[in-house]
Design a protein around this ligand. Structure first.
Ligand SMILES: [Ca+2]
Ligand SMILES: [Ca+2]
Ligand SMILES: [Ca+2]
Ligand SMILES: [Ca+2]
Length: 284
């Protein structure tokens, strides 16, 4: 009896602590524009390229158009696919692997495919790719050790060369989704492509252009953004408040893949509580 009382008291103390924190913190800014390239640089972007015979001239901020351009000339017909890419190391907080990663993209010639990468590990060339490929399809693929291990889902999509599209990749736990639409049109209500991907839980986000032909290929990217999914909204009502806090409190303990484990470390504890408090307010 005494023990139950002790537990109850400590939970009350935690809620008090959390509530004080909620007052001290404003609602977190979850969405962020990582680069619009209006500053004429690509600071913070790390580059990579893979391919035989590739001439890497492959990443530059276009001073006139203020977009980020990935390009290369592959002198050998591929496969293997030639890829040029750029990534951001933003995974110190693992929740950054749960969210939406988007950009505007233009294919500059017929040779070019492009992908956004989420949860990538560039040392092992693994992760999820979301993009458009030469079969005129939107795809979500799983890549490991440089090989496409699976096309997880795809749908036909005509993508015009030279036209600007918005592409949005999403990952929430093992749910992956992809939307793409022409600039100026409405964002599709539903993802065009959805898949399940339990293999990779976190990693870097990247943009890449690729080709399976010899010759020049190029894509431009602009307004590259990442937005957290509202992991702290455990009840799913679009806002983070004391109801979500209570869900965490009641789920304290070890917990595999449950929504109360907001920071995805396999345990529901005070860290999750503080994460919820930090995100108090409406979801973005
Ligand atoms: Ca720009
Ligand atoms: Ca910049
Ligand atoms: Ca909620
Ligand atoms: Ca946790």
């Amino acid at each position: 009896m005494e023990r139950i009382h002790e537990k109850h008291r400590s939970i009350v103390a935690l809620i008090g602590l959390a509530a004080a924190g909620a007052l001290a913190l404003s609602a977190s800014a979850s969405g962020q524009l990582l680069d619009d390239f209006e500053d004429g640089n690509d600071d913070g972007w790390y580059r990579f390229y893979y391919g035989d015979g590739i001439e890497p001239g492959w990443a530059v901020v276009d001073a006139n158009t203020k977009v980020y351009r990935l390009w290369a000339t592959d002198t050998e017909p591929s496969p293997p696919l030639t890829r040029v890419g750029s990534y951001l190391e933003i995974t110190e907080d693992p929740s950054f692997s749960n969210g939406h990663w988007w950009t505007t993209v233009v294919r500059e010639n017929e040779n070019t495919d492009f992908f956004l990468v989420m949860r990538g590990d560039l040392a092992t060339l693994s992760g999820y790719g979301y993009g458009w490929s030469w079969e005129d399809e939107l795809n979500i693929i799983r890549v490991a050790y440089g090989e496409v291990q699976a096309v997880l889902a795809s749908t036909p999509f005509d993508m015009e060369v030279g036209e600007e599209y918005i592409v949005e990749a999403g990952a929430l736990r093992d749910h992956l989704e992809l939307r793409m639409w022409p600039v100026g049109e409405d964002r599709p209500d539903l993802p065009q492509v959805e898949a399940t991907g339990p293999e990779f839980a976190s990693g870097v986000n990247a943009v890449l252009a690729r080709s399976n032909h010899a010759g020049y290929f190029s894509a431009t990217f602009d307004n590259v953004s990442f937005s957290d999914v509202c992991m702290s909204d455990i009840t799913g009502d679009g806002t983070v408040n004391v109801k979500d806090l209570l869900r965490v409190v009641h789920a304290f303990g070890s917990c595999d893949d449950c929504p109360e484990d907001v920071n995805l470390d396999g345990l529901v504890d005070v860290d999750d509580l503080l994460e919820v408090v930090h995100n108090f307010g409406p979801c973005p």
